[in-house]
Design a protein. Structure first.
Lengths: 350, 389, 145
């Protein structure tokens, strides 16, 4: 049975509050924060990007898994903010964890579900015994268009999962995906900011796919919401996952452990992975976890995960909720500087 | 082996010159030196010129030939010497060795840098070439940053204060006001130094030597030719040079310039003098902390006491050990490759009794100390009015 | 000066591609050397053990990334490309295994840095060449909490 041998999350330490952003655009910060259930979001430093976040997450995952990085034979990094349009994040990560040269690597793109797609690929490669371990990473430093609703939630962070069949802390007993062509949120090549369909991103997009994938995976495994200890859903804001949970019949308590967006924002390809990391940090042997991601465009990857005995013997050395306690607030001007929103301001020579 | 004397000196104004090129500057200095020596250009047998990085400042290499060509000296062996900020001092030493060994009897040693043809950013980047590109400059380290890190250790290990460092600047600007060729000729107060804009904590703008254009040249001669041609030759009685690790992080100590200790020991021994015999010294104050470290490394005071020694006024014009009567790099300016030669020019002026308002009465023995980068190279020379046998 | 060039009007003195690529392992993973003859650890890596020279048997060695602040400064007048990071902390880090190296200290206020404080290595962007050039990553350090 293939599963998670180790994992690691990384969230940059800077934060900006919803209230602070709203000062610039003239909204009522508190009301917006309540409406989105997002109070502050993470901001990457000027010297951070998807590559650096992926490396930190991957290094932690390897520390946790206690494996030889040379046994990682596949690395996939999913993001919608890879620093290069052509030149994979995955090979830089490979070099930075000393996994080179005997491995396959590629970058994935599928809005917010690129990281979970990477997990699925690694599952297939390990299950078929083509490789010993695969490293799947979902990370983003997503850009929100200034003044747009998404600017309140688009944040930075990621998590890495080492997938394999040996000494798993949690097994992935099944995965099911629901994919369609749905134009809810997209970004054309060369554009700085994405566009989205406003309310169209709700019911026909997020909810349709998350609900369908979650329902179908539970059905074909003869499981009901009560059978699960935890449920992690993609979390573009702090409200959607609670609604999805309710619609599916899950209780709020089941969703809380994996809900990070209210305090770190939506880390896009990192969202479900980071939420899942937070759940694994507290899961006990035997706990059943449902994790369903969502990527605009659109699709949902659902996973049924069962925590093993090893999970309590081998706790993550740097749990997510501990990490995010160490934070530093910035105002909009510093936020704009760090996020490359000011023309000409980048960490570069020319 | 013969003795070596300086029989002629030449120096340009130091400053920021839009109208004057690299070629203009070195030619002016060279011609002045040859005139001062009272010889004809045709008598010069070899040329050594110190220049740190014309390649980066003005995209020009092959400097030896360029300088000889421009000075009308084409034909003679012409060598460009590079050792970052010690380029000039080492050019002087190479010229000294050429005469000492008997290979030549009349040699010109020059130094020149044209730093203002590129932007300040370019200049700063080019200067970083004196540091370790791969392991220091790569990380955003600047020269002020390197010396600032040394200053911090010096402050931790010996209690040196920012004020004591500031006093170096005050003294050197005071002296520079008496030097008509200096870039800055106005005194500054300690308050002005302490309030100047921070560059790399704890170093502030007035702790740092400036970006400067300038050139200097000296004519060296063997004992025989010096006695023939010159009424008041100044003798180079000691010369020492040493190297240290390129990167600051590889040094044995960050408070002591090992290379200066080694180079000065050799020079003192050769000249048979000790620090107590010196009447003045021109040291490499690229930053105020550098002068404090220099006077310790050269043995003017005990290790760690450089700050106090300066504070007491021992290194002022009226003190027991006047340092940087010319104004030093701080006030005179630091056209990198020219500095080592400019220090020799000041030594000669002092020993000839021609330093005017900054003259040290009865000066007989002086020392110059020229450092490359953060201390990876150092060259020390001892100059005397008379040759002792 | 292979690969290094200075262009007018803008900023750029850039290292060659191959030069940076050869240094990836030291820059990403703190791979230095240990001399088996005298036991000294070296970072950055060296071709020859300066203590043993020909007698030295020099091998690759991976440093742990743990260390302490040996000295530091706060850069307020920055070289090209680093302008938007100022004020930033540059330090000489004494690595646990004995070698010293130069690096930035990030993720803290400059006032928080003190000589002696323990640090650990992180992976960050050092500098990109320009809009279209490569991005150079490498080691920086952060204060251990």
């Amino acid at each position: 049975m293939t599963g998670i041998v180790g994992y690691g999350a990384y969230v940059p330490k800077y934060r900006i509050t919803t209230v602070e952003i709203s000062k610039v655009w003239g909204g009522e910060g508190e009301r917006i924060a309540r409406g989105l259930n997002v109070h502050e979001k993470s901001v990457p430093g000027l010297d951070e990007d998807v590559v650096t976040i992926s490396v930190e997450a991957a290094r932690l995952a390897i520390r946790h898994a206690k494996i030889d990085p040379k046994d990682i034979e596949a690395i996939y990094v999913g993001s919608e903010s890879h620093p290069y349009a052509v030149k994979p994040t995955a090979t830089i990560v490979a070099e930075a964890i000393e996994a080179t040269p005997d491995l396959t690597a590629a970058d994935y793109q599928f809005a917010c579900k690129a990281g979970t797609a990477a997990i699925q690929t690694c599952m297939g490669l390990t299950k078929s015994k083509m490789i010993k371990y695969g490293l799947a990473i979902g990370a983003d430093t997503s850009q929100g268009r200034p003044g747009d609703a998404l600017e309140y939630t688009a944040s930075a962070g990621g998590a890495a999962f080492i997938i394999g069949e040996h000494r798993t802390v949690a097994d992935i007993t099944d995965t099911y995906s629901f994919s369609t062509d749905t134009p809810d949120f997209w970004r054309r090549e060369g554009q700085d900011f994405p566009r989205h369909g406003s309310r169209f991103t709700g019911e026909p997009a997020y909810f349709k796919h998350v609900i369908a994938a979650s329902k179908k995976i539970m059905e074909r495994n003869s499981l009901k919401p009560e059978d699960f200890k935890y449920a992690v859903f993609h979390q573009p804001n702090g409200k959607f996952p609670l609604q999805a949970a309710h619609m599916l019949g899950f209780k709020k308590e089941q969703v809380e452990a994996g809900l990070l967006t209210p305090v770190i924002g939506n880390t896009y390809s990192g969202a479900t992975p980071v939420g899942l990391s937070a759940v694994l940090d507290v899961a006990e042997p035997g706990d059943l976890i449902l994790a369903t991601s969502y990527g605009s465009g659109a699709g949902s990857d659902a996973f049924i995960i069962e925590a093993k005995d090893l999970i309590s013997e081998n706790r993550n050395p740097d749990p997510v909720r501990e990490q995010i306690k160490h934070k530093e607030y910035v105002d909009y001007s510093i936020y704009a500087k760090y996020k490359g929103k000011i023309k000409g301001v980048y960490l570069q020579k020319g | 082996m013969t003795d070596v004397a300086i029989i002629g000196i030449g120096i340009t104004q130091f400053g920021e010159f839009w109208e004057r090129s690299y070629r203009d500057l070195i030619t002016e200095a060279g011609v002045k030196a040859i005139k001062d020596a009272g010889i004809d250009g045709i008598e010069v047998q070899a040329l050594y010129v110190g220049s740190m990085t014309p390649g980066l400042f003005i995209q020009q290499e092959h400097i030896g030939s360029l300088v000889a060509d421009n000075a009308g000296l084409t034909g003679i062996p012409a060598t460009r010497v590079e050792s970052a900020c010690a380029s000039g001092g080492i050019a002087l030493r190479e010229a000294y060795i050429a005469i000492k060994s008997g290979i030549a009897d009349i040699v010109v040693a020059g130094g020149v840098e044209k730093m203002t043809d590129a932007s300040i950013e370019h200049a700063t980047d080019a200067l970083a070439g004196a540091a370790d590109q791969e392991w220091e400059a790569f990380h955003g380290v600047t020269f002020p940053a390197l010396y600032a890190m040394m200053a911090r250790r010096h402050m931790l290990e010996y209690g040196t204060t920012e004020e004591q460092m500031g006093m170096v600047a005050v003294k050197n600007h005071h002296n520079g006001a008496f030097n008509p060729n200096a870039q800055f000729r106005k005194p500054v107060t300690l308050e002005e130094v302490m309030n100047s804009s921070p560059v790399a904590d704890p170093l502030k703008l007035l702790d740092c030597s400036p970006i400067t254009d300038g050139a200097a040249a000296v004519i060296l001669a063997s004992r025989e030719r010096a006695r023939e041609l010159c009424e008041n030759p100044v003798w180079i009685t000691g010369s020492g040079q040493a190297s240290d690790t390129l990167a600051l992080h590889d040094r044995k100590s960050m408070c002591r310039t090992e290379a200066a200790v080694k180079a000065s020991k050799v020079a003192y021994k050769m000249a048979n003098v000790s620090p107590a015999d010196l009447d003045f010294a021109e040291v490499h104050d690229c930053f105020t902390i550098a002068e404090i470290m220099a006077i310790e490394s050269l043995g003017f005071c005990k290790l760690g006491e450089g700050g106090k020694y300066t504070e007491k006024g021992e290194t002022s014009l009226k003190g027991s050990m006047p340092v940087n009567t010319s104004g030093g790099l701080k006030a005179k300016g630091h056209p990198v490759g020219a500095t080592g030669i400019a220090q020799a020019v000041e030594a000669v002026l002092q020993l000839r009794g021609k330093a005017e308002k900054r003259q040290i009465d009865g000066a007989k023995v002086g020392l110059t100390h020229n450092v490359g980068g953060s201390g990876a190279s150092c060259v020390v020379h001892i100059f005397e009015k008379e040759v002792r046998k | 000066m292979c690969g290094a060039h200075l262009r007018e009007g803008g900023a750029e003195m850039t290292e060659g591609l191959a030069l940076h690529w050869r240094l990836l392992q030291p820059r990403y993973n703190l791979i230095g050397n240990v001399c088996r003859t005298c036991g000294q650890h070296y970072f950055p890596p060296r071709n020859i053990c300066p203590a043993c020279r020909r007698r030295g048997v020099i091998e690759k060695f991976k440093f742990s990334g743990e260390g302490e602040v040996y000295t530091f400064t706060v850069v307020r007048a920055a070289p090209t490309g680093f302008e938007y990071q100022k004020p930033y902390v540059v330090a000489i880090i004494k690595l646990k295994e004995g070698a010293l190296c130069t690096a930035q200290i990030v993720d803290c206020k400059p006032e928080e840095v003190e000589i002696g404080k323990p640090v650990k290595m992180v992976f960050r962007k050092i500098m990109a060449d320009d809009d279209a050039g490569i991005i150079r990553y490498g080691y920086k350090f952060k204060l251990k909490i």
